[in-house]
Design a binder for this molecule. Sequence first.
Ligand code: FE2
Length: 379
Amino acid sequence: MSTDNTSLHLEKIIPQAEDFLPLLGTDYVELYVGNAKQAAYYYQNAWGFQPVAYSGLETGRKDSVSYVLQQDKIRIVLTSPLEPNGPINEHINKHGDGVKVVALWVDDARKSYEETTKRGAKSYVEPYVIEDENGTVVLSGIHTYGETVHLFVERKNYSGTFMPGYRAYTPNFKSEPTGLKFIDHMVGNVGWNEMNKWCEFYAKVMGFAQLVSFDDKDISTDYTALMSKVMSNGNGRIKFPINEPAEGKKKSQIEEYIDFYNGAGVQHIALATDNIIDTVTKLRDRGVEFLYVPESYYDTVLDRVGEIDEDLAPLKELGVLIDRDDEGYLLQIFTKPVLDRPTMFFEIIQRKGAQSFGKGNFKALFEAIEREQDLRGTL
Ligand code: FE2
C-alpha cells in the first residue's frame, strides 16, 4: 500500500481551488450533430430525456436548428446546420457528431469572462446579452482543448424556457425517464504529452485543483495505456478528468479517439443514478449498447472490492463494474460509442461513498478478458 499522500480526501484537496470563478453547475452540453431531429428522438426514446425547447426556422433562426432535452438536472442541446457552409458544418465534417459546448452556469458571465481571459484563456465569444419578454441571459465563452468551448451562462434574470430565441417544445409523446440525475463528470481526451498542459489550464485559468485520489495509485499500468488526472472546481460540482494516450501493449484507446475525432475532445459524459440496476436495465431494453464484460470479471471482483450492498447476480447480468477506494465504492458501466465514429460514449455511475473514477476497473477488465483468452488458448 502506498503511504504517501495520494489518497487525501476530497475535502482536504478542494480548498486549493481558487474562488475567482464560482460555478453553480453544468448548465448544458451542446453537441453539433448531422441531424438534430433524429438525434433528439434517440435521446428521448433510448435515454429517457424529454424535449423542452426548440429553436429553428419557426422561431426566426435561419442558419441552424437546436433541440433542448432534459432529464432531472441534465440538459443536452442538439444543434444541426441548415446551410451548406459555416462553423457547425466544419465541426461536423472534421469531428463527426460531438460535443462543442460545455456550458457552465454562473452568477456573472461578464466577470467569468474577465477573470478567465485575463489569466490566459482564449476568447470564444465576448459577453453579450440576449433578451425576450421573460428577461435576459448573459453569455460569454472561452476555448478549451481541441475545438471544444466553455460558455458561461448567467440566467438569474430569466424566467422563460431555456433562453431567448427558443420556444417551449413539449411533444405529446413522453418517454419514461431512466433515472439519470446529473452529470457526475465529463472527460476530455487530449493528445500525447498534453495532459499536464490542460490540467494547468484548468488550474490557472479556471481556478480548479487537481483532485488527488485513489486513481493515481495505479495510473498507467501495462493494461490501461492511458494517463489521467482529474481537475475539480472549488465546490466539487464540476469535475473534468483529462486523459492522454500512453504506451501500452496495444494502441491506446485515447489515440484511437484522437485519430477519429481529429483532435482533442470530450470522450465521455458520466451520468449519475441512484439505482444503476434499474437505470441500466431500462437503457438496455431500449437499445443502448454497453461494453462487454467477461463473466470471469465477477469471479474475483468481491475479493478486490469487498462487501457491497447489492446482489452480485444482477450486476453480473448487466455487466456493471465495481470499484472501491478509501471512502466507499462505486458502480459503473460504459456504453459503446454512441456515434458513428468510435469517439464519444457515456458512463452510468452510482456512487456509494467513493469519490474516485473507477480506475481499478481498467486492470480488472483486461485481466478478465485475458483469462477468457487463456481458456480459449488464444493468449
Ligand atoms: Fe468516467
